[in-house]
Design a protein around this ligand. Structure first.
Ligand code: DAH
Length: 335
């Protein structure tokens, strides 16, 4: 074999290992120049092809071309790797940092309000829970201590599905309390934003589907004082520091005592009102704890529920609930 071909293989190996050892793109370009550039060692070898005896040239040319192709492929592969490496961040990245603001579009006002409510509860350790919109009577009514003859179960108020086991569209997010407690042992600290359905005819303040947020806190020695403090904190976060809260006795089958929450602030005064009714709440009824297998002698807790549209309407001064569902861009653009 000619001298030339004997040199070829070691040179190729040398070039391949040099490329593999290059740690960035400029280094790789230098190596390229050193071996396959116009002044490169490999190029010099190719030039010697002409000095071989004529009959050896075709075979030698073939070998050299194959080696050249291999070197080019190695070079391209290493270039891809180093480009990728160059594109990756050099510093450690904080993936929890806020992202860029979206360039176009924005969140629906109801989504914005929901996120604000959830954010307020997250600050004090609540997690978000979820449950199905198509439910059964057990989770929506029975387990919440709402007996079969209770007016809330009237078909006038509830959408039942026309199948034999009577699934229904949940009339409130309270059904998720039952699911959450059945799924985990106490303590529980959850909020549940979600869509609910009632056979209300659409008018300025009612719609057959709307959104609620449910909260549930279960632990040892939970008191009405905890409930009041939490509700006050959250409404101040949502509606401003000047917000005041008032509790009135009420009735819900799943709480005892049950309370209704009114609030007031400058916005409410502007509407010409002293107080606005905003939420229902109470201490979880011992029967509800029994129904999910929690011992009511050990555990106590409170729950609340309120309408998200109602909060949004007060906050933004919207007087017709239907505006939230019409998706008129002139309305949505204002949020
Ligand atoms: N489920 C009630 C409603 O739809 C709201 C509510 C009241 C939820 C009291 C609760 C509660 O968890 O304790 O009007």
């Amino acid at each position: 074999m000619s001298d030339l071909l004997l040199q070829l293989d070691p040179l190729k190996q040398e070039a391949v290992s040099a490329m593999a050892a290059a740690t960035d793109l400029p280094a790789l370009e230098q190596i390229k120049g050193r071996y396959v550039g116009p002044q490169g060692k490999f190029t010099a070898l190719m030039k010697q092809l002409g000095s071989l005896p004529k009959e050896e040239r075709p075979a030698a040319g073939k070998v050299i071309n194959a080696a050249k192709t291999e070197l080019e492929a190695t070079l391209a592969g290493r270039r891809d790797e180093l480009e990728l490496k160059a594109a990756l961040p050099k510093e450690p990245v904080d993936w929890t940092a806020p992202g860029r603001r979206r360039a176009i579009g924005r969140l629906h006002p109801l989504t914005q309000v929901t996120e604000d409510i959830v954010r307020a509860f997250r600050k004090i350790g609540f997690a978000v829970a979820d449950g199905p919109e198509v439910e059964d009577e057990h989770h929506v009514f029975d387990a919440l201590n709402t007996p079969a003859d209770h007016p809330a179960r009237d078909a006038q108020d509830t959408f039942y599905l026309a199948t034999k086991d009577r699934p229904l569209l949940r009339t409130h997010t309270s059904s998720v309390q039952i699911r959450a407690m059945k799924n985990q042992p106490p303590p529980v600290r959850i909020v549940v934003p979600g869509r609910v359905f009632r056979r209300d005819n659409a008018d300025a303040t009612h719609n057959p589907t709307f959104h609620q947020i449910e909260g549930l806190y279960v632990d040892k020695d939970v008191t009405v004082g905890d409930l009041k403090g939490t509700v006050e904190f959250v409404f101040r976060e949502l509606m401003g520091k000047d917000t005041k809260i008032r509790f009135r006795p009420h009735y819900f089958s799943y709480t005892e005592p049950s309370l209704e929450i009114d609030f007031t602030n400058a916005l409410v005064k502007k509407l010409g009102k002293d107080w606005l009714e905003i939420a229902g709440c109470g201490m979880v009824h011992p029967q509800v704890f029994e129904n999910v297998g929690y011992d009511p002698e050990v555990w106590s807790g409170w729950a609340f529920g309120f309408g998200i549209e109602r909060i949004a309407m007060i906050r933004y001064g919207v007087s017709d609930i239907r505006l939230f569902y019409e998706n008129d861009i002139r309305f949505l653009n204002q949020f």
